[in-house]
Ligand binder design. Sequence first.
Ligand code: CP
Length: 355
Amino acid sequence: MSADTRPDTQPQPEAQPRPDAQPRPEPQLRPDGTLRHLLTLESLPRDLIERLLDRAESLVRPAGAPPPTSTELEGVTVANLFTEPSTRTRVSFELAAKRLGAQVVNLEVQLSSRVKGESMLDTIYTLEALYVDVFVIRDAEAGVPGLVAESVHPHVSVLSAGEAHLAHPTQGLLDALTVRQRKPHFGSLAIAMVGDVRHSRVARSAYHVFRALGAGEIRIVAPPAYMPEAAEFGGCTRHTTLAKGLKDADVVMMLRIQKERMSQASLPDADRYFAKYGLTPERLALAKPDAIVMHPQPMNRGIEIASDVADGPQSVIRDQVRNGVAVRMAVLSAVCAGRGSRAAVDRPGGGLTRS
Ligand code: CP
């Protein structure tokens, strides 16, 4: 390793299981190994991740082509419960569900009874009584998707659409799909995640999926204030300058400054941040000539990334958005697999048989 690319800190060792430890069952899977909930990519088996990516890839269409549709989720009801703002995730979950034939309800939390003090679980139980089968949940509070997953009926699935700073699993999958489309050999890749890693659920889910897929090197490039705790991101190299962090990178993943997760005093000065950590064409030239540029969006142009990079030839940011619908279709299809059509009431002799 040349002095140029030497990390500022060595990779943290990873915690090893005790030799006598029994493998714990993965709580997101059913006993038969199929996916029931998707709350985190941490500990999800690699073959399952690859199957989800393969299915998603089969559902991607070029811009302008009609999107794929099916009746696979006919009779299934999906509820989107977002207590934090979203454009991409909420819309793409809705489109994904509708394109598979599901019914979709979008709960406007500001207009729901939660503002009158109804607890999240009472809201969930109410929607379960209205035959919701899949809950898609975004919440600023850690633990909410997991609590709901523990509390719902066995036929109900919970999909995290973003949990605090901890997890954004469908974003991680769409990021992995976007990388795989351009650079399928993860083992030879140097991936740089740049910016506010400390507060980023996107970075955590990307880390888990890139590790699972065997990424050669994952670098964290952040100002000291936005570095994650030492115990996190085991195996990553850490850099505090773009000069070192971007050198010969294959993938440059820029991250949004998570203003909503920091105090006013921790907010950076926009001009100073851009001067040190903004991705400009000159800085991108430090990476490999065919490096791709990613950003989960929403992006702060002129703070995290220059517009001529965001809209330039190396940017795959719009591919990420397009892949988001395909990934969410693949995940919905996986958690609903084996249900068959739920439209029993429309069939001769059919009826609602749920308890
Ligand atoms: N990337 C992402 O989660 O975007 P939204 O907040 O618009 O859903």
